[in-house]
Design a protein around this ligand. Structure first.
Ligand code: HEC
Length: 110
């Protein structure tokens, strides 16, 4: 059963996803934050303030998003599963979503 499970891609990504719920080492976390910052500059900076620029009307500053009490890694992950605003069809991989969530949360020091 386990062997079957490991052979199927679906189950494999489930296991991987499950593993990523565990506590990340500080080094992994730093790597994710850096990757998230890079993706944000490429995919989000047209609208969101990423490096001191001005946000387009309606698009909140990521630091402000990070400071909202309702913001958690889960809320960011859920939000990024679907396009928002006039966000063009940016399809994000799970790993990119994790990286963006880590990056945004890091802006509020958490
Ligand atoms: C075309 C413009 C545009 C792009 C590109 C864009 N956003 Fe947004 N974003 C918005 C607007 C407008 C809002 C506010 C309205 C809303 O929440 O739908 C917003 C809101 C948000 C929020 C706030 C959610 C909340 O809880 O209020 C997050 C987080 C966010 N964007 C993340 C991202 C990330 C990460 C990217 C890059 C992958 C991105 N956005 C790309 C326009 C954009």
């Amino acid at each position: 059963m386990l062997k079957l499970c490991l052979l199927s891609g679906f189950c494999g990504s489930f296991l991987l996803g499950f593993a990523s719920l565990g506590p990340a080492s500080a080094q992994e976390q730093a790597g994710l934050v850096a990757e998230g910052a890079r993706i944000a500059r490429e995919a989000c900076a047209d609208c969101h303030n990423v490096s001191g620029g001005k946000s387009q009307a309606g698009a909140p500053d990521f630091a402000a998003v990070a400071r909202m009490p309702s913001t958690t890694a889960t809320s960011i992950r859920v939000f990024l599963k679907t396009p928002h605003g006039d966000m063009p069809d940016i399809i994000l991989a799970e790993r990119e979503i994790d990286a963006l969530a880590a990056y945004i949360l890091s802006l509020a020091g958490r």
